[in-house]
Design a protein around this ligand. Sequence first.
Ligand code: URA
Ligand code: SF4
Length: 216
Amino acid sequence: MAPRTLETSAADFLPERKTLPALRTAVQGCRGCDLYKNATQAVFGEGRVGAEVMLVGEQPGDQEDLQGRPFVGPAGKVLDKALEAAGIDRDDVYVTNAVKHFKWEPRGKRRIHKKPSGMQIAACRPWFDAEVEAVRPQVIVAMGATAAQALLGPKFKVTQERGKVISTGGIPIVATVHPSSILRAPDSESRHAEMARFIDDLRVVAAQIKQRRRAA
Ligand code: URA
Ligand code: SF4
């Protein structure tokens, strides 16, 4: 057996048959790291087998944690708008996160998002890998530094490499910003500019799918 490099991992909690429904059920029992303890539920990805695009965020937010679905809160609204503007059909997209449980800390009555650690991201990876295996997307979109660095290495810089198709030897990856960063833009002018750039990055993804459809 290979030596264990992690204290814990989700690997022990994966079902034998890794279909999306089986994975979705099993993830609720995951104890691969300590994030399950303070979360309402695990939030698994959504979309169909064969979806051409897999979008990867960081982790569920407050709304996602309560509703049990990815990208249904404010960042999800931004994402939906941008996908539509880029001409990407929601039905062709599988949406998920690098980490499946919400990590937060209290601030007054609110739950404030806290960045997952490298250990937690690594512990959760088997779920993501199983999703990729089951869905078999044509292109993966890493949104934000957490997803991008999880998939492309710790030195990867989204600001420098965004909106390019990155060949990996496996499924090509396009990195872009996280939609929540658009919500954090300081004024409406920069918010519009950031949104336009985000849409441009997604247009690269749309072009990639079209090209692959033509080649198929
Ligand atoms: N932010 C994420 O990274 N993922 C979600 O599902 C929601 C917000
Ligand atoms: Fe398991 Fe991931 Fe949740 Fe940690 S965050 S308990 S590894 S599903």
